[in-house]
Design a protein around this ligand. Structure first.
Ligand SMILES: [Zn+2]
Length: 134
């Protein structure tokens, strides 16, 4: 049986979809041992965490200054895909990632989330800070 593709849609060397375990799964499953190496990888893994409803990972990768106390997932949401538009490294500890995420809510309405997200690196790890909707 083929391993499941990563929901973030990242493609490998030959254009084939990456397996979840080889892509975002290793970050989700080993947050302490295996931090995402850059802001884009962190952003992708956070999208995957939304798809898989992994609140613990989302909170752990949220910067302490902006992290919510808890996270609820809307029921019935289906995530349809992620497109990373830009990854800008501003300096060693600051980066921005612009992306479009598409989802369908429980009522069947489609939504498009277009955001520029800010990330900071602290203690060798990247964290999500906040974002501007576009
Ligand atoms: Zn992935």
């Amino acid at each position: 049986m083929k391993a499941p593709d990563c929901p973030c849609g990242r493609r490998g060397a030959r254009g084939a979809p990456q397996a979840l375990a080889a892509c975002c799964g290793r970050f989700l499953d080993a947050f302490d041992a295996c931090p995402a190496p850059d802001a884009e990888a962190l952003m992708r893994s956070r999208y995957t965490a939304f798809v898989l409803e992994r609140a613990g990972y989302l909170l752990a990768t949220w910067h302490s200054g902006t992290r919510p106390a808890a996270l609820d997932f809307e029921s019935g949401v289906r995530w349809l895909g992620l497109e990373v538009r830009a990854h800008r490294t501003l300096d060693d500890t600051h980066a921005e990632v612009e992306f479009v995420a598409r989802r369908r809510d429980a009522g069947g309405r489609a939504h498009r989330l277009h955001e520029s997200s800010r990330f900071v690196r602290e203690g060798g790890r990247w964290f999500y800070v906040d974002g501007d909707l576009r």
